[in-house]
Structure formats: structure tokens, C-alpha cells
Design a protein around this ligand. Sequence first.
Ligand code: NAD
Length: 250
Amino acid sequence: MMTDPVAIITGAGGGIGRAVALTLARQGWRLVLAEQEAQALEACRRACASLGAETTAVAGDIGSERDVAALAGAAARLYGGCQGFVSCAGMAGAVREISDYPGDMFRQVLAVNTCGTFYCLKYALPLLRRQGGSFVAIASTSAIRGRANMAGYVASKHAVLGLVRSSALECVGSQVRVNAVLPGPTQTAMIEAIDRMAAEQAPGGGIKRATTAPYGTPDDVAQMVSYLLSPASSHINGASLVVDGGGTVA
Ligand SMILES: NC(=O)c1ccc[n+]([C@@H]2O[C@H](COP(=O)([O-])OP(=O)(O)OC[C@H]3O[C@@H](n4cnc5c(N)ncnc54)[C@H](O)[C@@H]3O)[C@@H](O)[C@H]2O)c1
């Protein structure tokens, strides 16, 4: 590619999104960062810019189709498209048995995690098709297994895999690929909040884990994203790549 490639990253103010942004900044990508938390967004923009990356911040709600369309419009205006899109914004929702799980919260988790990924695919794929590129959805190992007391999150992430697999098939024969990364528990604010909510339900509790491996780091996930955005992964499409230290095979 003649000029530095362009990537859009949602949830860039969070643990994994920020690690992805910094990794791509070091690799010479130009970045368009999206996030609903203004301070975290600006902190990430400044950190990427200090690494020398041309970086634009766009505040917005990924669960709003209008905001995602505006995000894609900003990248189109600035750069005429993008070569990478990382859909990372997400929320955990409640940690409650299903009989006690608030309906409003269930709808909200699906609105952000599932509808948000749908909007990102809807508006990113036309941009990626202009020069070819790679879409990466951050799903979760909760996309391929059940998890007691987290029905909203688990359902939302299973649906993300359906979106990734279907849109990957729509991209066959084009220069665009769509894949999912499935992190296991990763040391960020989200897992801390989940563990806190689980402990409130059952003192001493936390989410049940099959291995004694420590939580992964945001950088573990960022390395996989970087690979999926690179030409080294050019034959990988529609895949679900697990980054969990062995948790799902235990
Ligand atoms: N941390 C884990 O253990 C883990 C495991 C598997 C998958 N994931 C997934 O990784 C992704 C990133 O999570 P994280 O661990 O970095 O958590 P995080 O809470 O640190 O980051 C999530 C970011 O998304 C942003 N966000 C949430 N809702 C948004 C919305 N509607 N619009 C715009 N931005 C929004 C938040 O403000 C936050 O900055 C999520 O999709 C999450 O489900 C996390």
C-alpha cells in the first residue's frame, strides 16, 4: 500500500480497544477512534498521536445506527475509506439468573453488542470494499459456550458470530475479510465489574473458570487483531480465533 493504511476502532477508550489502537499506531496505521466516554477517547487519541500516528476521535454511541453512519462518514470524508475496522465497543450487562434478569438490560446489551456490530458491518463493509481490507469483531469465548448468570452477554456474543459468519460469506471473492476474535477473561475494567457483580451475588464468587491460567492482557488480544488486519492472514475469513490461554478446551 502506498500510503499508511487507515483503521477505525470502536470502544477505543476501553482496555482492549486502547491496546489495539496503540499497537496499530506503532505499526504506522492512521486511526479513527470511536468511543462514548469523551475523556477516555481523548486520552487514547493523545496516546496514539504521541506515537506519531495521525489520529481522529469521533464520540458516539455504537448502539445508534445514526452515530455509526456518522463515524463511517467521517472516515470516508477524511480518507476516502479504510483498510481496517475493529469493532470492540461492548458491555457486560447484568450478572443475574435469567428469572431475575431485567428485560430492559437484556435489550440494552443486545442493542450495543449485537446491533452495534451489525451497524459497524453495515457501514464498514462499503468502505473496506473500496481498496480491500479486514473487519475484526471482538466477540468473546461467551460466543461459543454458555455462562450461568450472564444470559444477555452470552446471547449477544453468540449473535455476533452469526453476523461475522454471514457477512464473511458475502465477502467471498472480494478483497475484504471478516473475522471474530474470542478473548477469554482479560484484565480490563469490564472483567473487574463482572467479578464484582458475581461476588455480590455469591460472596467469594467470580465467573467460573476452567483453567488456573491468569487472566489474559489487552495486548494478547491486540496481537491477534493486528495479525487479522495484516496480509499474513489473507486466507482467513469467517473464522473465530480464541485468545484464552486454553480455557475453552479445558
Ligand atoms: N475483558 C474481558 O474479559 C473480555 C472478554 C471477552 C470479550 N471482551 C470484549 O472485548 C471488548 C472490549 O471490552 P474491554 O474488556 O476492553 O472492556 P472495557 O469496559 O474496558 O471497554 C469497553 C469500551 O467500550 C465502550 N462502550 C461501551 N458501550 C459503548 C457504546 N454503546 N458506544 C460506544 N462505546 C461504548 C466503553 O465506554 C469502554 O471504553 C468488548 O466487546 C467485550 O465484550 C472482553
